[in-house]
Design a protein around this ligand. Structure first.
Ligand code: LER
Ligand code: MN
Length: 273
């Protein structure tokens, strides 16, 4: 069954980003639980920032699952990416993500590689850069498999990466890898910028999709922009998607209102049929 989730960011450096709840994890969990979300997606500074036992207890108390863990802090705080020309920095990026994989795996939650994928930097060769990305995904895909979870790779829009911007280009790259344990993140905001047709792309790349970010065309909660959600929801249902649809959207006009708008949209599209 498709499950709902809402993002909670505990990283002060990304405060202006598209995350619904901020800073106060306990309060965010209480709100998410009361609104009827199935899970939360967490952005933490690193894998050591939270006591797993306390998190487990709080998840149980609010009847929530951990939907996924984001790794963006590795880039924002430490400047680490899997495609850094310096091999030492690539190694550090792999160990940062590796620790996040283990943290998430305690809760059956996958780690997401978004901004930590990096870019082909000016003066660098694209093929060489992609070989670094492949190397990182092979190592981390296997690591995740050994811990019983998928690894999630997220195509981002062109203003955030020049590696892969569409689901199809991401899927082709994943198919060139040996590991079968890396899935794609379909972020509806990035897709709104990059795809010819969001619903068709979901249908055509459905078998690779392991996680979904739920945001409207302007990255506000679904319902507050102009994405034609009816056909997108039909596509998500018809690929038999069974994962989380997680609100990675701006807390507009405020976190509570964005969360309420999101859960209404989720119920409208995914609980009424
Ligand atoms: C991360 O999930 C994402 O979508 C990025 O745009 C955040 O910078
Ligand atoms: Mn995203």
């Amino acid at each position: 069954m498709i499950k709902s989730a809402v993002t909670v960011a505990l990283v002060p450096q990304i405060k202006s980003g598209p995350w619904i709840f901020w800073e106060n994890l306990r309060q965010a969990m209480a709100k998410a639980g009361n609104l009827g979300f199935d899970g939360i997606e967490l952005f933490t500074p690193d894998a050591q920032g939270l006591d797993p036992e306390e998190l487990e207890a709080a998840l149980q108390m609010h009847d929530l699952k951990l939907a996924a863990v984001g790794t963006g802090a590795g880039k924002v705080i430490h400047g680490l990416t899997l495609t850094d020309p310096d091999p030492e920095n690539r190694k550090k990026a792999i160990s940062f993500i590796s620790a996040m994989i283990s943290f998430g795996a305690r809760f059956d939650a996958p780690a997401i590689i978004g901004s930590m994928q990096g870019n082909v930097l000016v003066g660098n060769d694209r093929e060489l850069t992609l070989s670094w990305l492949a190397e990182g995904l092979e190592i981390l895909g296997e690591k995740a498999e050994s811990e019983g979870v998928f690894l999630i790779y997220e195509p981002l829009n062109r203003y955030e990466t020049n590696l892969f911007n569409t689901l199809k280009s991401g899927a082709d790259f994943l198919e060139s890898l040996t590991t079968q344990n890396v899935k794609l993140l379909a972020d509806l905001f990035h897709m709104n910028i990059e795809e010819e047709d969001i619903a068709r792309s979901i249908l055509e790349n459905g078998k690779h999709i392991g996680h979904i970010h739920f945001a409207d065309s302007n990255r506000r909660a679904i319902g507050l922009g102009h994405t034609e959600m009816e056909s997108v929801a039909e596509a998500i249902k018809s690929i038999n998607y069974g994962g989380f649809i997680s609100a990675e959207a701006f807390p507009y006009p405020d976190p509570d209102a964005a969360a309420i708008e999101t859960i209404h949209a989720f119920k409208k599209y995914f609980r009424n049929s």
